[in-house]
Design a binder for this molecule. Sequence first.
Ligand code: ARG
Length: 630
Amino acid sequence: MDNLLETQLEKLQVEQPDFPECFPSLNPFDVYRIDIAQALSELSGVQPNTIYSLLQRTATLDKGDLLLPVPALRIKGEKPNVLASRWADQFPQSALVSKPTVDGPFMQFHFTPSALVKRVIPSVLQNRSRWGSNPLLGLKDVKDTSKGQKRVVVEFSSPNIAKPFHQGHLRSTIIGGFISNLYQAAGWDVVRLNYLGDWGKQYGLLALGYKMYGDDKALEADPIHHLYQIYVKINSLLADERKEIEQLEKDAKDATKLRNEGLDEQARKYFKAMCDNDPDAISMWKKFRELSIQRYKEAYTRLNIHFDEYAGESLVQEGSMEIAQSQMDSKGLIEESQGAAIVDFSKHVNGKPGKALGKALIRKTDGTSLYLTRDIGALFERDAKYKFDQMIYVVATDQELHLKQLFKLVELTGNDGLRSRISHVSFGLVLGMSTRRGTVVFLDDVLKDVGEKMHDVMRKNEAKYAQVLDPEKTADILGISSVMVQDMSGKRINNYRFNMDTMTSFEGDTGPYLQYSHARLCSILLKAGIPASEMESSNLDLLTERHAINVVRLIAQFPDTFQNALKTLEPTTILTYLFRLTHAVNSSYDVLQVVGSERELMKARVALYEAARSVINNGMRLLGLTPLDR
Ligand code: ARG
């Protein structure tokens, strides 16, 4: 645990109230939940805990701030709407909430504005970048900080060397980056892991291709594209060879020579040499791997992502796979099929689920291992190395079956504890993603294209364009925000269509709109020029307008939204919230003017805007975006 976090934890009252997941010092909503639960418990005789857990945030502000669905209390005898009305009538006077309103069986609670404003704004201004996050959630024991943090391993991105960085990798990168940030802000110790596809016969083939077409200079300059070009060329040669063999056999001619000496066989041999640790074979492949990683790192940095470990299929130890295989053997899972080792799930899992899992190849005839086997070995190694409390695989839904097989094998081999600590966060496809260079996509190219497009959009407003300090850089950041926000707009599992025009627009719920909203707040605050100390001591009673109160009500929701995101692991949970807040802020400027207002009022409004800016900034960073000031 780092020092900063430790002092922060000390400051927080680690004394836990008796309510589940209750953090009044960090989440203003919990203060209100406690208040309402206690008052209503006295009226209804229902346990405060039960009421506490059922109080939920409203979807829109006109429905109040917290809502209680009375039917969920399951009280026999009386109709929920009758109960709701009666309790609302009897609800005691409170400094925190006004008299509840009733909508059918729902009780709606409205926070008293002045108390809310005075609780929330100072808290945001004191905590700034920390406000909204909750470092208590990741503690092994909330009541005893010395037991330390829980650890989560997040495996994400995981592209394949010499192959395109396709849409699945892009989404895994964006979503995995977000999930890592989220856990970190929740006080977990996060290990970011990239599991490269860097092993298999195809890498033997690539090495052969490199001997024929490789160019060291081109490799140094642009390893990812150069290796891909070679990969394409050598694969087309291989396809020709396969056709030739087919033709020979059709014509009843002898294809033995081609079979025994052709590319396919050479690639197999080369890969075998890699497996046997042949120094030449290994050094070439290592060079490919290292140069590619260097290049990936540059792209990840632009996305605010760093990895703690570049693992890969190649690095999984034979020994770990052997352990896995012997566990499967001892449970009688493995059978032989034409010289290879397989698991037929339908024999070990009953009914439909067993059939759906099908058969999995564990080891090939020549003894080389497979994707699935490596994954099990890798999992055992990660467990031993990191002793994680949770591990999350951020992988596209098209690998659902693979991960289901993996998880089932972990279970069938009796590793139940391990099984309960791993999960799959999946996501749908991006449709129609292509770049100016074609439909085969590389991350660099996507970011470059969107950045250029953004630069064009910016140039359309000459006056504003002239004020931007570093247009290239700004366009680049806006481009990245466009791609990321589009990706995070819907639920993960939905497919979406890659649309360069909509995502780069400043209108609608887009990345540029979010950036614009943040930058506009920055410039208002800059123009106002109120020193921090004056802002912090401003008279918040002056914030009385409906617009101001609504902005504060939304700001107050951030910590609760954050906690909810940790449950959904959906970027859209945060993003949707940020759009609600930015809409409320952007529509308040005409009413809540700063420049031109009387000094005291100006200070209070600046405090409000600074609090909003802080929260937008925190939310954007959580998503992995780089907030722009101009
Ligand atoms: N490299 C793989 C691919 O591109 C993704 C790896 C997913 N992770 C895993 N542990 N299998 O398809």
